[in-house]
Design a binder for this molecule. Structure first.
Ligand code: ZN
Length: 204
């Protein structure tokens, strides 16, 4: 991405450029040079690179649209400070999506804020929810080293460290414990949902 994408037209142009570039490679490799046997393997990588480029442009444009506004928890006004480049860790093979975000700061307490990252709900390391879930699942299915190398590395094409998986599994364990320790509010909620069936019976 040479320039920051902000409009729909710019984004469409970027998508066409990325797709055309990839199309050239596929034609050249498969049709002209007969690289047919491993085509699916490398196209997964190249295709994912294209999708990562597309997503990076879209997230960047979203950040431009959101801007930095409103106020901080302390009540002070948030002001745009600068553009920052972030690497977001995603489930797309190759994992990294480069995104240019608007970074803001509170005028009173000087706390930093990146609205688009908050909206994306990435964690403090820039992992998307999708990748957190995938890494957590891999971490509970297999021993960590196998989960990293086979499930995540080979099957999904993403790299996640053993330490990160351990942390995700530990967080999930804590979350489960908190839920078990809570009063049976969930059960009550489920019953409440059942009770509001179309016929409006609230008895049962
Ligand atoms: Zn503040």
């Amino acid at each position: 991405m040479e320039e920051r994408v902000t409009t729909r037209a710019e984004f469409q142009e970027e998508v066409r450029r990325l797709a055309a570039e990839l199309g050239e490679v596929v034609w050249e490799q498969v049709v002209e040079q007969g690289q047919t046997a491993a085509a699916d393997g490398w196209l997964r990588q190249r295709g994912a690179a294209m999708l990562r480029g597309m997503l990076g442009a879209a997230w960047t444009a979203r950040s431009e649209r959101l801007g930095v506004s409103g106020s901080c928890e302390c009540g002070g006004p948030l002001r745009f400070r600068q553009h920052q480049r972030w690497a977001i860790h995603t489930v797309l093979p190759g994992r990294e999506v480069a995104v240019e975000v608007q970074y803001g700061q509170c005028e009173q307490c000087h706390r930093g804020r990146v609205p688009v990252l908050a909206e994306m709900r990435v964690d403090e390391k820039g992992f998307t929810e999708g990748l957190q879930e995938l890494a957590l699942l891999a971490g509970v299915m297999e021993p960590y080293a196998e989960a990293r190398d086979e499930l995540l590395g080979r099957f999904a094409g993403v790299s996640v460290s053993v330490e990160k998986m351990e942390r995700l599994v530990a967080q999930e364990g804590q979350r489960a414990e908190r839920m078990l320790g809570e009063p049976p509010a969930e059960e009550a909620k489920v019953k409440g949902t059942v009770a509001t069936e179309p016929w409006g019976s609230t008895g049962a």
